[in-house]
Write a protein that binds this ligand. Structure first.
Ligand code: ADP
Ligand code: ZN
Length: 298
């Protein structure tokens, strides 16, 4: 019998909890609304207690959470949500809550790193040691694996907040409260809606929104290619479900690089270089099982 892992994908609207294995099998799953930390986390604890009664002992739990958060093991604030505008969640002790309830290893990382891990083990970045994963949805988040390790650094990367050069014909206000020119502020789903006055999923494929969107994303990818030298870039999130964006982004990324990066993977195989996610929304929870597995091993 394969070892059992608990996985949590903690988001701003819901916490998805699942029981599964490190081979990517999901045995049970539930969705718990994100209300207060006390209410939401105690319902997550109840779920895993029930699952352990049905399926047997859980070896470890991995948590991939919304942030900002502190993933540094040696920090006083390890496992906590850092100050956030999300009411009630500033300083919530996520890992501590589960440690109190279960005497097993608890893994903890960002939701974006969780999804990147899932795509790495079973999806679009399988077998790579260096890649970038970006999600473009309600916000923009990014994750980088370098030499087989996800980058944490000071806290964790905030790739959605790099600055972009505004397009000349774009006077729309940024939706990021911190920056008037950042990747998230200009390209997230809410940014598209704010600029064009219509929900992103209602804009037809020929709408000028997409040309602009692809230009901004390509500019950002140039930055990540030139700083991190990824072997592939995986793009997910609600906005990237617009499949017609991919050919546009690939073309514009080649234009942005302008022949400078002399790699056949980019120059000749761009269709395999900039790719969509393949786990269809399951990457986060599967990655959470892997965070549990890492916690058990380390
Ligand atoms: P989240 O980022 O909240 O985890 P998603 O990645 O699904 O979730 O992003 C949701 C956002 O993506 C929505 O607010 C919307 O702006 C945008 N979105 C969702 N579906 C589409 C679509 N089919 N086309 C374009 N944009 C979409
Ligand atoms: Zn920003």
């Amino acid at each position: 019998m394969a070892e059992l892992f608990g996985g949590i994908e903690g988001g701003g609207t819901k916490f998805i909890c699942a029981l599964g294995t490190n081979t990517g099998e999901i045995l049970a799953e539930t969705r718990i609304p994100t209300t207060t930390p006390a209410d939401t986390l105690s319902r997550c604890v109840d779920f895993f207690e029930e699952q352990a009664t049905t399926f047997g002992n859980i070896s470890a739990i991995g948590i991939a959470s919304f942030g900002p958060l502190d993933p540094r093991l040696d920090s006083d604030k390890y496992g906590h949500i850092l100050p956030t505008p999300k009411a009630g969640w500033s300083n919530a002790d996520i890992v501590g809550t589960f440690k109190k309830a279960f005497d097993i290893p608890i893994g903890f990382d960002t939701d974006v790193n969780g999804a990147a891990l899932g795509e790495w083990r079973w999806g679009a970045a399988e077998g790579l040691n260096n890649f970038v994963y970006l999600t473009i949805g309600t916000g923009v988040g990014g994750s980088a694996m370098i030499n087989g390790e996800l980058v944490h650094g000071l806290l964790h990367p905030e790739m959605g907040h790099i600055s972009l050069v505004r397009q000349e014909n774009d006077s729309a206000e940024s939706v990021c409260p911190f920056h008037d020119d950042c990747f998230e502020g200009l390209t997230s789903g809410p940014a598209i809606e704010n600029r064009w006055g219509k929900k992103a999923d209602t804009l037809h494929t020929g709408h000028p929104a997409w040309e602009m969107e692809a230009s901004y994303i390509a500019r950002a990818l140039r930055g990540f290619i030139c700083t991190l030298s990824p072997e592939r870039i995986v793009l997910g999130g609600g906005v990237m479900s617009q499949e017609h964006l991919f050919p546009l982004i690939r073309k514009k990324t080649l234009e942005e690089l302008n022949g400078y990066v002399q790699s056949p993977q980019i120059l000749e195989e761009i269709n395999d270089y900039i790719v969509p996610v393949t786990l269809d929304g399951k990457a986060g929870i599967l990655g959470a099982f892997l965070l549990g597995e890492y916690a058990l091993k380390n």
